[in-house]
Design a protein around this ligand. Structure first.
Ligand code: ZN
Ligand code: ZN
Length: 347
């Protein structure tokens, strides 16, 4: 805040508020000044706010509007004139409130102030992601033997989500993707009522949440016996992922990381079929900084946790993606998710 010439910072992004205060409720404002952090929330969260954030923030419970609580707080803080707000996390109607709050304060848009802090994980954060990764791989382990032809994608997604809950997952970082047959060629397909058939590729992309932190894992299997084409494509994706897992580290750019897998897939002739980026940061949110893509010229910082998820998608035929989570530690990178990357034939 000093460097940005801000006297205070108003946080409205819930993941950023959670990162700085520990509060995980869905409705809150946080005002950060040089002296203190004030967490303003509503009466539903009174106990929770004190439990989670009481040690680091002053808790202000507002019966009606959180904003009604904000103005007197700012007025009471001495020396506060220039206040940053989060340009990426403020509704337009709330921006209007800032404009209407009078000329006493100068509001300045900011981006990524807390997001940048969140990129580097401390050991407790890495441990939470590792736990979430174990929940995800154990859930997959328990479900694969029960997948059979005739089940819908949604039914398999339901089994997987039940298993994630059984393993202790607090929530689903994103709706589980189960995409079968030709639908596996849609990199971000939702699960559908399509019934899985013998011979299908089935792509499963899912994650768990532990202590607020997310994991994100993908495996692609074949129902019954894999044919030569399925094996060939899966081999290329697995090799590309192995190259990236071996080479990704803190200190290289997101672009260079992306190229580790992309160059391999290019050389094998499928470059045009790997249309998305190699990976993304993982933490309180399932997609956060840093990015691993052709456009990402920023350096991957020490202690980031990122996904490595190359894929090849042939419209009308199907697709293969393999995704794991990696901690870019000071002494080297460590893969946090462990499940075979060989092509599994199930059912
Ligand atoms: Zn994923
Ligand atoms: Zn991902």
């Amino acid at each position: 805040m000093d460097g940005l010439n801000l006297d205070a910072l108003l946080l409205t992004g819930s993941a950023n508020i959670r990162y700085l205060t520990g509060f995980s409720g869905s409705s809150a404002l946080a005002l950060v000044t040089i002296r203190e952090v004030v967490l303003i929330t509503d009466a539903r969260y009174e106990t929770q706010a004190v439990d989670q954030a009481g040690a680091v923030a002053r808790i202000d419970i507002q019966p009606q509007s959180l904003w009604a609580g904000l103005w007197p707080r700012i007025a009471a803080a001495t020396g506060v004139h220039v206040i940053g707000f989060e340009a990426s996390h403020l509704m337009h109607r709330d921006f209007q409130r800032l404009l209407e709050s009078g000329s006493r304060w100068q509001w300045r848009p900011t981006t990524d102030i807390v997001e940048v802090l969140r990129e580097r994980k401390d050991p407790e954060e890495v441990a939470a992601i590792r736990r979430a990764g174990e929940m995800a791989t154990k859930a997959l382990e328990s479900v694969l033997s029960r997948v059979a032809p005739g089940m819908t994608e949604l039914a398999v997604a339901g089994m997987l989500e039940k298993a994630l809950r059984d393993e202790g997952s607090e929530a689903f970082p994103f709706p589980t993707i189960v995409a079968s047959g030709p639908r596996s060629a849609l990199p971000h397909a939702g699960s559908s009522v399509r019934a899985i058939e013998a011979g299908d590729l089935v792509l499963m992309d899912f994650g768990a949440q532990a202590g607020g932190y997310c994991s994100d894992v993908t495996r692609t299997v074949v129902i019954g016996r894999a044919d030569a084409r399925q094996r060939e494509i899966h081999d290329i994706v697995r090799e590309a992922q192995a190259e990236a897992l071996a080479g990704v580290r803190a200190g290289i750019t997101g672009q260079a990381a992306d190229a580790l897998a992309r160059d391999y897939i290019d050389r094998r002739g499928f470059g045009a079929r790997f249309q998305h980026s190699l990976g993304h940061g993982l933490g309180l949110e399932v997609h956060e900084a840093p990015r691993l893509s052709r456009q990402a010229d920023a350096i991957l910082p020490t202690d980031a946790v990122v996904t490595i998820e190359p894929g090849i998608y042939e419209p009308g035929w199907g697709g293969v993606r393999i995704e794991d989570d990696v901690h870019l530690g000071h002494a080297g990178s460590e893969v946090l998710t462990h499940f075979t990357r060989e092509l599994l034939e199930v059912a």
